[in-house]
Structure formats: structure tokens, C-alpha cells
Unconditional design. Structure first.
Length: 345
């Protein structure tokens, strides 16, 4: 099993300097590179201090000049926000500048807050259909002289300029949960990225079963890769793990509030949650976070992740976004690199 880092800028307070936050983002990526991780992933979001990431290609190009070895992945591009020609060209240019280190993760998106601003009237189903149209178009544009007449886009024969460095284009990863998404990804020769969110080991097993079923259904297609994205904190002791569980629980409470899109937002920040609201959440709690994420000392984390390796996951991505301080993120990542990864060498 290989390991990667999934990271964004997080602005949790209005007085945080955005430049400092970006420098911290870069430092975490450099730690991953020097520590022997396989890749760094960062995504796309708009108008949300919760996840500051308007164009991951910009971030990845900058990281390419500050790292040496890691693959650089979009985790993920939100397909409905892009025209296929623009996405194919910008991804190819990023692949060129990074000298063939790009992995292109693509998703339908998750937040209706973004949908109503970027593509008014679009719902999650429509977003998924747009993603299914964009991915084959990108591959066609990379191959060259590709014309498209679809539901959402139509254009005459076009070739991506520039062309990607990697033969056939950067590997494409599809964020998938339901069987249809897994089947679409496998049938189109795409890798799969899954996340159980707060749903734990049962969901991690179910997602692998769904992936395996898709691979069996399309057995004529070479088996793609599958990556598990999971919130992870490597603690120094039990008290440290408990603190991390409280912090990650608060992160998920805000994630849920953004997802529901019912609270007021001003200057990119959602109305704060009260302690009572956090305590009253129907299924988020610190205990649930301890149970359903890898929030543990190194030894216990190794045992959990060995189980995921045995299920067949090719890559484990440490999701470090958590709302906690930069210093605590650094300490956890250092313990992951020094104390967990060697067990899988």
C-alpha cells in the first residue's frame, strides 16, 4: 500500500492571514514529499473559507516547483464547473509544467451552496450526468481531433493544446460511492477514489465490495486502482487522540452545516455553530469519530490500515483537514511518516 496526503487551506477564523495559511499548506506538502509519500491531493471549492481552493491546478504547479518526487493530484476537480476543452487544456498544461506528475481527480461536487452559484438550477443528479459527459470528452480531446455533440456541450473537432506529457493523458480518478459511479469509472478506464466520511469500517468494506463488483462486471477492462481517503490523526497518547476526536468532530459538524446549506454565510464564513448545536448533533460525536476514523496512536493506526490493505486498497490518503492548529497537523503527519509508514515498507 502507498500513502498520500489530502490537504487544503482551511480558514477557521476571520483574523487568519491567508498568506500564512497558504505557506502552511505548502509546508505540509513538502513534508509529504520529503517523507516518501506517493502523492499530494488538493481540491476545488468556491466561496468557502471552510475549504479555500478555487483552482487546484495553480496550487499543484506551485507545489511542483517546491517538491521533487510526489505525484500531484486534483482531489477533486468539480466537473460541472468546467467546459471540456478548457479542462483538457488546463490539465494538459499542468501535466507539462509538472513534467508528467499530474493525476486528475474528478467529481460531481457535493455542496449545493456551490451549485447554486456556479451552475444555478443544477442538482446532484444533473451534476453527475455532466461529469459522465466530461470525462470521455477530455480523453477524446487529449487524443486529438475530437468532436462532441452531447447534452451539455457541443463543439466541432478539437485537439487539446498543449498535449499531455503522460501517454494517454494523466491518470483520471473518479470520486465514487454508488454502484453506478463505480461502474462508470471502471468501464471508462478510470481509477476510483472513495471516502467513507464518518461511516467507518463497515462502509470501507462495502465500498471495496462495490468496486470489486464493478471490476467483475467489466472484466475485459484492465483493473484500475482504488484509493481510500480517510480522516487520520496519529496521536502521541490517548489524551491526544481524544483531543483530535473533538476537533475532527467539530470539523464534521461544520461540514454537515455547509452540506445542508441552511445557515447564513457572510464573507465566505458560515454562521458559527453553538456548543449546544454541536452537542446535539444526531450522529456526529467525538466517540463516533474515534470509532469511524483512524484517530489513534501509531500502533493502533497500523493495525487499522493493515486491514484496509488486506481488503485490496492500493492507496491510503491521509485527510489532514480538521480545523486543528498547524502545529498539531505537523505533529500528526510526522508521526505518520516516521512511525506508521515504515510498517508498510
Amino acid at each position: 500500500m502507498r500513502f498520500s496526503l489530502f490537504v487544503h487551506m482551511e480558514r477557521t477564523a476571520p483574523d487568519q492571514d491567508q498568506r500564512v495559511l497558504y505557506e502552511e499548506f505548502v509546508e505540509l506538502a513538502k513534508m509529504a514529499d520529503k517523507g516518501g509519500m506517493h502523492a499530494v491531493w488538493t481540491g476545488e471549492h468556491h466561496g468557502m473559507d471552510f475549504t479555500v481552493a478555487p483552482n487546484p491546478f495553480l496550487n499543484l504547479i506551485d507545489l511542483a516547483h517546491q517538491t521533487e518526487h510526489v505525484r500531484l493530484g486534483t482531489g477533486t476537480i468539480i466537473a460541472p464547473f468546467w467546459h471540456p476543452i478548457r479542462l483538457a487544456g488546463e490539465a494538459a498544461m499542468t501535466d507539462l509544467i509538472t513534467r508528467g506528475r499530474l493525476d486528475l481527480g474528478i467529481a460531481r461536487g457535493a455542496y449545493s451552496y456551490e451549485y447554486e452559484r456556479m451552475v444555478p438550477g443544477m442538482d446532484a443528479w444533473d451534476a453527475g450526468q455532466r461529469m459522465r459527459e466530461v470525462i470521455p470528452a477530455i480523453k477524446g480531446l487529449w487524443a486529438g481531433d475530437y468532436a462532441h455533440d452531447g447534452t451539455y456541450h457541443s463543439f466541432p473537432a478539437t485537439t487539446s493544446t498543449p498535449r499531455p506529457v503522460q501517454a494517454g493523458g494523466p491518470p483520471i480518478w473518479v470520486a465514487a460511492r454508488d454502484p453506478n459511479s463505480h461502474e462508470f469509472a471502471v468501464a471508462h478506464g478510470c481509477n476510483v477514489q472513495v471516502t467513507p466520511l464518518w461511516q467507518g469500517d463497515g462502509e470501507i468494506t462495502k465500498l471495496m465490495e462495490t468496486f470489486n463488483a464493478a471490476c467483475e462486471k467489466f472484466s475485459d477492462v484492465p483493473r484500475p486502482q482504488i484509493m481510500l481517503l480517510n480522516h487520520t490523526y496519529i496521536a502521541s497518547d490517548a489524551d491526544d487522540a481524544r483531543q483530535a476526536a473533538e476537533e475532527i468532530n467539530l470539523f464534521y459538524c461544520y461540514f454537515g452545516a455547509w452540506f445542508k446549506n441552511e445557515r447564513a454565510v457572510s464573507r465566505g464564513r458560515i454562521d458559527p455553530l453553538s456548543d449546544a448545536e454541536v452537542a446535539a448533533h444526531p450522529f456526529y460525536s467525538a466517540d463516533a469519530m474515534m470509532r469511524d476514523n483512524v484517530i489513534a496512536t501509531a500502533g493502533d493506526a497500523i493495525s487499522r490500515i493493515k486491514g484496509y490493505e488486506a481488503l485490496g486498497y492500493d492507496e491510503y490518503s491521509l485527510w489532514i483537514d480538521s480545523g486543528m492548529s498547524f502545529e498539531r497537523k505537523v505533529a500528526s503527519l510526522r508521526r505518520f511518516i516516521d512511525d506508521v509508514m515504515p510498517a508498510f515498507a
